[in-house]
Design a protein around this ligand. Structure first.
Ligand SMILES: *Cc1c(COP(=O)(O)O)cnc(C)c1O
Length: 382
């Protein structure tokens, strides 16, 4: 019944964990879910207020413009200037997205012919792979390992692969490993891309979620970056707006135009009232972001210190709300954790073959619940 394209998608590796979770729920187990990368914190009230107000204005009830409202595009450009010192032309170098997943899912169709390569991190956000497969491209895995500080080794990609590579996905601060890009990394990426005619897609969804004084850069701060690529950004993680579906792609105008042409045929833009709320988020006070980071930092410390107490040595991440922990067998560990302790963590192999040997904890539950999760692990001897 299904197309080959659909049948060839990778098996949904979280299905077994989902089944087990449902089974534990039926039995009345009080599950502590550290599996989902979805903030438990609420969207700040000034953003919700802006949506309510805009939703009442009939002007906002029509089809939006494809690229985003001019006021939204300007707010994005202004935010990039303030936050990263990056100058963007709002009209040609910004594009509204229905969340960054929208941009990631559609970009391969604009740049990849059947059989051509997309370079994507493994472990990595699963949509880099599925987007490539929908365009009938081939994925070349860039292994992110502890030995290489979870950075891709671009010099190790075989020449014949490089020759037919069209896109390179990079993602720092990184989901799922929590790694950050050291200075000099983006320079290497820009040089690789311009030497080989590869379009770079920097997924910067976690730039604002950072700790210990660390501030993540934008890929576009690097000289020459705007000639070779774009950055996908999202309000989802920064302002606890995962359900609102708004993000943006910024950078190279020609690349954005290609993505925009695909999207014009798929969706009809982001509800204007949501764009008004996004303007309030990007242009308004940012204390809410600092407070969220303080909350995550406390939770990170509770989890990392708690895990250390029971014998797991984990590097405290300096950004993202994920803790990436080494285990023997990721699926077996997640299964035991759920069945014996009622705690959900995501098996690393679900993010690609090179994620095997790890599990990912999302610190999207309260410090008290995280403490309890560690206590349960101790109690069952995990
Ligand atoms: C959450 C996430 C996204 C997608 O977020 P949207 O809600 O679609 O904006 C993209 N990339 C990574 C790495 C993510 O973790």
């Amino acid at each position: 019944m299904y197309s080959d394209r659909l049948s060839h998608l990778p098996r949904y590796l979280f299905a077994r964990i989902d089944e087990m979770k449902a089974e534990q729920s039926r039995r009345g187990v009080d599950i502590i879910d550290l599996g989902v990368g979805d903030p438990d914190l609420a969207t700040p009230p000034h953003i919700v207020d802006a949506l309510c107000k805009a939703a009442q204005d009939p002007e906002n009830h029509h089809y939006p413009s494809y690229a985003g409202m001019p006021a939204f595009q300007s707010a994005v450009a202004e935010w990039y200037r303030r936050r990263f010192g990056v100058t963007l032309d709002p009209g040609t170098e910004t594009l509204a997205l229905m969340g960054s997943k929208d941009g990631i899912a559609h970009i391969a169709e604009a740049f990849v012919n059947p059989g051509e390569y997309v370079l994507a991190p493994s472990p990595g956000y699963p949509v880099y792979r599925t987007s490539t497969l929908f365009a009938e491209g081939r994925v070349f895995d860039l292994p992110l390992t502890a030995e290489n500080s979870f950075l891709p080794d671009l010099s190790s990609i075989p020449a014949e692969v490089v020759k037919s590579s069209r896109l390179l996905f990079i993602n720092y601060p990184n989901n799922p490993t929590g790694a950050i890009a050291p200075s000099g990394f983006y320079r290497e990426v820009v040089d690789f891309a311009s030497d080989n005619g590869v379009v770079v897609v920097s997924d910067n969804a976690y730039s604002e979620i950072s700790f210990d004084g660390y501030r993540a850069p934008s890929f576009l701060e690097t000289e020459g970056a705007a000639e070779v690529g774009i950055e996908m950004h999202s309000l989802s993680k920064t302002y606890n707006m995962t359900g609102w579906r708004i993000g943006m792609a910024v950078g190279n105008a020609e690349v954005l135009s290609g993505l925009g042409r695909v999207k014009t045929n798929v969706d009809s833009g982001v509800f204007n009232a949501v764009q008004h709320a996004a303007i309030a988020a990007l242009s308004g006070p940012q204390d809410c972001v600092r407070e969220a980071c303080a909350t995550y930092q406390e939770r990170r410390d509770v989890l990392v210190n708690g895990l250390a107490d029971i014998g797991y040595r984990v590097e405290p991440p300096r950004a993202t709300f994920y803790v990436w922990m080494k285990v023997d067998d990721s699926m077996a560990f997640s299964a035991r954790l759920l069945e014996e302790a009622g705690v959900v963590a995501t098996p690393g192999v679900g993010f690609g073959a090179c994620g095997e040997g790890y599990v990912r904890f999302a610190i999207t539950r309260s410090a008290g619940r995280i403490r309890e999760a560690v206590e349960r692990m101790r109690a069952v001897g995990l």
